[in-house]
Ligand binder design. Structure first.
Ligand SMILES: Cc1ncc(COP(=O)(O)O)c(C=O)c1O
Length: 447
């Protein structure tokens, strides 16, 4: 394989890519590990610091993935490491549900961070556990009112995790085939894709979905909750504000709870503490994970006391809930967001990233559109373009060879979400790499 040397302020590539030894490691791992873990491109990580990833040969890349929108505060963040070390040196690695001081300190700070309308939280480890917990809470809430008030409204194309209720609520039909049936009380309505809904028609679009649903159910008697991804993941597609405001109004009128899945949107990523704040509504429940633990497994549901206290003692708890290491990491993340002004940074540097990406799109009017807010973006390509998924895989591979990691979605998009600690210089450099490789692969599609 040919070797291309690249040395810049942010990138250092000195071997062929994938680095020597990568395929051997892949082979070794895939012998003993489920193949479901092996969908990523061949880059073997040895360390990651701030916005850089280093592979096993010491090649240094710019990370535009934050692993998968996890390391908002930067890889191996010093404060996160310091607080984890504090847990290690205090010899308190686990206390099950027995109380401890760090848990009390963290949960109180988390509630404050969540803002008006949030009173209690419940912590877990995985994001999918958080959406499951919200699903359970919404159903408990509904059934307290009427036995038949079980229905959950979800959205086509949204995604909420890999456990059973999470997959049932997700829009991906193929991924949930294993369940063997669909819960008839989970109702999917169309997502207001920008290419489907004309400006000014957002409320009309929602009303049509609601009226169609009303042919099957009575909102007040049959529906207990809505599960909504703050933006649709693969395309960083936000809802129109008017759509969400009307949805919140309808829910209020029919005593329906709204849960926002903030897995990717939370913890400053979009230029707000939580992404739902862009819509100027307050949800009943917020599901979070990913950026919450800064790289440590931590997830949670946050909500109003009257909902969070519905389960009996022991009915919503888990062996590893509120683990002291995770609480220390979570606390460090919140302090880091505050001290380093990461919300403001995501806003300002997000504008720079989006400007760069819009500049790329200018040359490809009919092929590429950019979506997202703050430091999350997706370039969505025209899906009618021949072999688009294959070409985008190639785009990601070319970027890796140039020292940049971006998210391969497996669809007609690539996703970009660097750690919020990234510099402006690295954002510009990364966007130039994306531009260069789009120009190589899509030369014939230029305006
Ligand atoms: C929007 C959304 N919800 C839920 C999840 C599930 O989180 P986890 O993989 O931690 O279970 C993800 C993970 O990608 C996600 O993006």
């Amino acid at each position: 394989m040919s070797k291309k040397i690249i040395r810049t302020k942010n990138i250092n590539i000195t071997t062929s890519i994938p680095a020597p030894g990568t395929y051997e490691l892949m082979k070794k791992l895939s012998k003993f590990e489920s193949r479901s873990m092996h969908g990523q491109l061949p880059i073997a990580w040895s360390k990651a610091k701030n916005f850089n990833i280093y592979d096993i040969a010491g090649n240094k890349f710019i990370d535009f993935t934050s692993t998968i929108f996890v390391t908002n505060t930067g890889h191996a963040n010093s404060r996160v490491k310091k607080y984890i070390n504090r847990a290690l040196s205090s010899d308190l690695l686990h206390s099950y549900a027995y109380i401890n001081k760090i848990r009390a300190e963290y949960i109180q700070k988390l509630i404050k961070f969540s803002g008006k309308g949030f009173e209690k939280a419940f912590l877990m480890s995985a994001g999918t556990e958080a959406t499951e917990a919200a699903f359970k809470l919404m159903r408990m809430y509904g059934q307290k009112r009427k036995k038949r008030k079980l229905g959950i409204i979800c959205f086509d194309g949204n995604w909420h995790g890999r456990t059973m209720a999470a997959q049932m609520m997700s829009g991906n039909k193929k991924q949930k085939e294993w369940i063997g049936y669909q819960d008839k009380n989970i109702h999917h309505i169309p997502f207001p894709y920008p290419w489907l809904v004309k400006k000014g028609d957002e409320e009309k679009f929602l009303m049509k979905s609601i009226n169609d649903l009303k042919k099957k159910v009575n909102l007040k008697k049959d529906i207990c909750g809505v599960m909504i991804e703050t933006f649709q993941g693969w395309g960083a597609l936000f809802y129109p504000k008017a759509y969400i405001k009307l949805l919140a109004k309808i829910c209020k009128q029919s005593d329906i709870l709204i849960s926002f899945d903030e897995m990717q949107a939370g913890f400053a990523r979009t230029g707000k503490n939580f992404g739902f704040q862009h819509y100027e509504i307050i949800p009943d429940l917020v599901c979070c994970g990913k950026g919450m633990g800064g790289g440590v497994a931590l997830s949670g549901v946050i909500g109003k006391k009257k909902i969070m206290d519905l389960p009996e003692v022991g009915n919503m708890s888990s062996t590893n809930s509120a683990n002291p290491i995770a609480c220390n990491a979570g606390l460090a993340v919140l302090e880091e967001i505050e001290k380093k002004k990461l919300v403001k940074k995501a806003n300002i540097n997000g504008k720079l990233m989006h400007q760069n990406l819009r500049d790329i799109c200018l040359d490809y009017n009919n092929l590429i559109k950019v979506y997202g807010k703050g430091l999350i973006a997706a370039l969505i390509f025209n899906k009618r373009h021949k072999n688009i998924n294959k070409k985008l895989k190639k785009l990601v591979e070319l970027c890796i060879k140039d020292g940049l990691l971006i998210v391969y979605t497996g669809r007609e998009s690539v996703k970009l979400g660097p750690p919020l600690s990234i510099t402006r210089n690295a954002i510009n450099e990364a966007c130039q790499i994306i531009k260069k490789n789009i120009n190589i692969l899509f030369a014939n599609d230029k305006n």
